[in-house]
Design a protein around this ligand. Structure first.
Ligand SMILES: [Fe+2]
Ligand SMILES: [Fe+2]
Length: 397
């Protein structure tokens, strides 16, 4: 087909194009809340990993959408979001079960977004709308890849009441942009209340139990120490969960987008570090079966600033001196595979401490307290939970 055959006679003016991008940006931004909440709640740990990848896709999309909006006349990213679009984004969170969540979020909301993007692309002028075209094509590629994962899950999702409800609502609002013929008004009947879990939930494949301490691992032979070390990697679920709690809570707060962007990245890194543990344990002949989420559990009840400070300026600073040594130790014994994971982890951790400095400084602007005061308040909180005085931030593994 010649290029001219693809050129729409109309194209899209700036104000319509900006509104479409605003709509997609809103959906992607609210997806961060939905996916962080369900990361904590969904029981299958491998699905938690997938949600973390998809959350980070959404964060990148918001950053891209905002970059384009900032160039557009009338491109305020927060203007003109229809109440129905807000409602559908907030409602997919309220699914009654894990499978309903997957069916509603991917099978209905995301499927509609994909259809909407395809229709928008077909209406663009390839020259006048070249910016929108490049942007939407990139986003579409990610969403179609997420959709393929969803469709590969073997469960009966289309006949669910929840799916029917969400579809009826999207029809009632005239699709993502409100441009399709409106269906009858629809009120949800099956919504649950979503309470962000204060514990990270798992199915019976994963139990809660102790991990070896650093000192114990140092005394073990190489093979045993490597297995126990990768159990600690697998346990980075605690850090991912702590960040999911930060993302979920920050989603409804008045914070700069860049805070959510940095912690989306940090969250995904920690989920990947846990995945490193899963991959390497299986390679070493062990199925991951245990977590010790105590550091996440104890962080709950702390304000957002304190959770950020506890993780990035307390715990990650505590673990940091081990990182470089670990990479060198694996190199010494010729364990290149373990070294790869340890090396990537070490590099990621340097960024995490940087995110921590940036956002604790920001959140402490105009505060009469400084970082040391916040860490002291965290220690007071831990002392109350543990029933004994906590003088230093550390970890039992
Ligand atoms: Fe990590
Ligand atoms: Fe980290």
């Amino acid at each position: 087909m010649a290029t001219t055959d693809l050129i729409s006679p109309n194209g899209l003016g700036i104000s319509s194009a900006a509104q479409q991008i605003r709509n997609y940006s809103w959906i992607a931004r609210r997806s961060i809340k939905t996916l962080s909440g369900w990361f904590l709640k969904i029981a299958d740990f491998e699905r938690k990993y997938t949600l973390s990848y998809h959350l980070y896709d959404n964060s990148e999309h918001v950053t891209w959408f905002r970059a384009r909006l900032s160039e557009m006349r009338g491109g305020n990213p927060n203007a003109n979001i229809r109440p129905q679009l807000r409602e559908i984004c907030d409602t997919v969170l309220l699914a009654p079960s894990d499978d309903d969540f997957l069916a509603g979020y991917y099978g209905v909301l995301q499927a509609n977004v994909i259809e909407s993007i395809k229709a928008d692309l077909a209406a663009l002028d390839l020259s006048a709308n070249a910016n929108e075209q490049r942007l939407l094509q990139r986003v579409l590629r990610d969403l179609e890849s997420q959709q393929m994962w969803f469709l590969s899950l073997d469960f009966d999702w289309e006949s669910r009441v929840w799916v029917g409800e969400l579809r009826a609502f999207i029809k009632s609002m005239g699709g993502i942009h409100g441009e399709l013929p409106l269906g009858d008004p629809y009120t949800f009947t099956q919504c649950e209340t979503f309470v962000r879990p204060e514990r990270i939930l798992f199915d019976d494949k994963i139990s809660v139990g102790p991990l070896c301490s650093y000192e114990e691992r140092e005394k073990m032979d190489t093979k045993e120490a490597t297995i126990e070390q990768f159990r600690v990697f697998f346990n980075e679920f605690y850090a991912a969960a702590l960040l999911a709690s930060i993302l979920y809570d920050a989603s409804d707060g008045d914070y700069p987008w860049e805070l959510l962007a940095d912690f989306s990245r940090h969250f995904w890194d920690e989920a990947r570090h846990s995945e490193f543990g899963c991959i390497r344990l299986r390679e070493l002949g062990c199925e991951p079966d245990r977590v010790n989420p105590i550091l996440f559990d104890e962080s709950q009840g702390l304000p957002l600033l304190h959770r950020i400070a506890y993780l990035t300026r307390g715990l990650e600073a505590y673990f940091m001196p081990r990182k470089g040594k670990r990479v060198k130790d694996y190199e010494k014994v010729g364990d290149i595979r373990s070294q790869l994971f340890a090396d990537q982890d070490w590099s990621d951790e340097i960024n995490h401490v940087r995110y921590g400095s940036r956002w604790t400084d920001f959140l402490l602007e105009d505060d009469h307290r400084d970082l040391d005061d916040i860490i002291d308040e965290v220690k007071d909180h831990l002392s109350k939970i543990r029933g004994k005085k906590v003088d230093t931030i550390n970890a039992p593994f």
